[in-house]
Design a protein around this ligand. Structure first.
Ligand code: MG
Length: 351
């Protein structure tokens, strides 16, 4: 029986401290404010996380306001009707995708705990071996980049942020001390197709596995041209949020970076994976700066992705959740139900 009167939704801001100030081609930050959502019912608490992104006009206070729109009537269902609930939430929260993502995670975490199953089982996703994750190296001076590469000894693949006026020096510095595969993420930082072609041509001999979002998302024709000129796969990130964007990107990019925060949750990300594969696009599973909670949610889908880029929780010093086991750069889910995470003691002190 539904005990509707016991259902409670809460959303609170937490401040995450970053190991290194985080620089992309567009901004720098020393901390990150995320939002933790809880759905409580029948003595079970489901957890979800929103990682607001300035790129999409999101911040923590506006995300909390969006989540507050979701009252008990939206969840006035048997929670196992999670697909219908997701649609109801979408009608209420149209623009803030990370708010929807947090609610979808909390809902599925609650259900998993209720049925005593991990979320991937509820979604009928096989538990296969998970590919090694890449480890992000943000834009910095060359000395710090060298130190960051040395810190990444446990990880087999580097994801290097470019889009600077010294991109080649960054790659050369890393190559002097490491021969690991490098994924390059430009975050829309190359301003035209000729700059992009010249830079990729120089990178092509240096063990670069792929290039993510070389030019601004709206430069569709230029990206299609670029893809024809180079052998390295070009992956869309800022150019794709939800499954609605995917048809436009076929034959423009070689693959897409799916992030729960952009997609609006686990369920939409799963639809995106299927649609991308049907259209011959490779699938990367990525993340924002997130705690182990958000990363565990993405890991539920990891067995069916081609590339794993789930390192957001490794870039913070005060992760309030525990539950991801990592060996030789490969994450593993726990056998706990739901998203598989537990709160650490510091969690309550952070709110
Ligand atoms: Mg990216």
């Amino acid at each position: 029986m539904n005990k509707i009167n016991t259902l409670k939704i809460d959303a609170r801001k937490i401040r995450l401290s970053l190991t290194h100030p985080w620089r992309l081609s567009r901004n720098t930050s020393k901390f990150k404010e995320n939002v933790i959502v809880t759905i409580e019912k029948d003595g079970i608490t489901g957890f979800g996380e929103a990682a607001p992104n300035v790129r999409y006009g999101e911040d923590a206070p506006s995300t909390i306001n969006e989540i507050k729109k979701v009252n008990k009537s939206v969840l006035d269902y048997n929670l196992s009707q999670y697909e219908q609930i997701e649609q109801n939430i979408k009608l209420l929260i149209s623009s803030n995708s990370c708010a929807r993502a947090a609610l979808d995670m909390a809902l599925l975490d609650w259900l998993g705990k209720f049925y005593n199953k991990p979320v991937y089982q509820i979604l009928s996703i096989p538990e296969n071996t998970i590919q090694p994750t890449s480890y992000s190296i943000g834009i910095d001076n060359l000395k710090t980049i060298e130190a960051k590469v040395k810190e990444a000894t446990d990880y087999k693949i580097l994801k290097v942020k470019l889009g600077t006026d010294h991109d080649q020096e960054i790659i050369s510095t890393i190559r002097r001390i490491s021969d690991k595969p490098i994924r390059v993420d430009v975050n829309e930082g190359w301003k035209d197709k000729y700059e992009a072609l010249e830079k990729i041509n120089r990178l092509q001999s240096q063990g670069i596995e792929l290039v993510e979002q070389p030019m601004p998302a709206e430069m569709i024709d230029e990206t299609a041209w670029l893809k024809e000129q180079v052998k390295i796969p070009i992956i869309a990130d800022e150019a794709v949020k939800t499954s609605e964007d995917i048809p436009l990107l076929v034959n423009i990019y070689d693959g897409i970076n799916i992030k729960l925060m952009k997609a609006g949750g686990i369920q939409e990300s799963l639809r995106m994976i299927h649609l991308a594969k049907e259209n011959g696009l490779k699938v990367m599973l990525g993340c924002m700066i997130e705690t182990s909670l958000g990363i565990s949610a993405a890991l539920q889908l990891a067995a069916i992705a081609d590339y794993i880029d789930l390192d957001g929780h490794l870039l913070i010093t005060n992760d309030p959740f525990d539950g991801i086991h990592t060996t030789a750069g490969c994450h593993r889910l726990t056998d706990k139900p739901g998203l598989g995470i537990v709160e650490k003691k510091i969690y309550s002190a952070m709110q």
